[in-house]
Design a protein around this ligand. Sequence first.
Ligand code: AMP
Ligand code: FE
Ligand code: FE
Ligand code: ZN
Length: 277
Amino acid sequence: MRIDLHTHSDRSDGTDSPTELVENAARAGLDVVALTDHDATVGWDEAQAAADRVGVRLVKGLEISTQLQGKSVHLLGYEVDPTHGPLLAELQRVLDGRDNRLPLILERLGTLGIELTVEDVARWSGNAAASGRPHVADALVEKGVVANRDEAFDRLLKPGRPAYVDRYAAPLHEAVRLVRDAGGVAVVAHPWSRGSDRVMTPDAIAELAGLGLAGLEVDHNDHDEDQRARLRALAADLDLAVTGSSDYHGTGKIGFPLGCHTTDPEQAERLLPGITS
Ligand code: AMP
Ligand code: FE
Ligand code: FE
Ligand code: ZN
């Protein structure tokens, strides 16, 4: 049984519609796929209809943009109540932060002599809940400024680069509480990617486990073998489930195909009872 618990559609910064994503999941031989768009649940209904049609099991999830001590950390929430008021309010704050940041990024690019308009970006974020840096990157590719999203981040958009602008992110502890309050299951996505190991120490992860965190995403392209071994040991110590997933973004992320990492069925069952039956 092949289970991929982290993917994105064009409702955030993936390039497949929710329907295409689920069809591609079936084609990739997945039995279970979780749709986990950034800060949004708007793709769920379309994905469910496609899943019913092609016979793939859909897990309804999202990936919340959070921060711990100012460092970005992503939190996966599975099967939350999408109408839970406090959760919705916090997600809206993140989405508004992303949209409100866009003109500031474009201003920075302008001072670098790169002319990009809100409309240029909107062509790439048309189906998305908000316009994020990946959509800016797509517009930069279209203009021929960079070759792909990765180059856009490396040269311009990531922290420390000239067009980087910060935005609101939910406090991590608060986000874990909200996922739990909304009846969902919380798993930290790629806990040690992009230098977040500085804040996601074993003690910090233990504290989150005390708040009801259920698992750690261990098998992910952003982690090397040594990190995976250490995260696995930590999860065992804290009795947390471990997951593996692709973090698929369609053509938006090179080298992250559907099912490139999968979750052991026993571990998936710990998080989502009945999912493998
Ligand atoms: P935003 O939330 O709008 O700031 O954009 C964050 C998203 O951009 C993340 O969820 C990733 O999908 C993508 N991203 C972040 N950093 C990088 C990077 N260094 N290289 C490529 N993609 C990145
Ligand atoms: Fe993303
Ligand atoms: Fe992420
Ligand atoms: Zn992701």
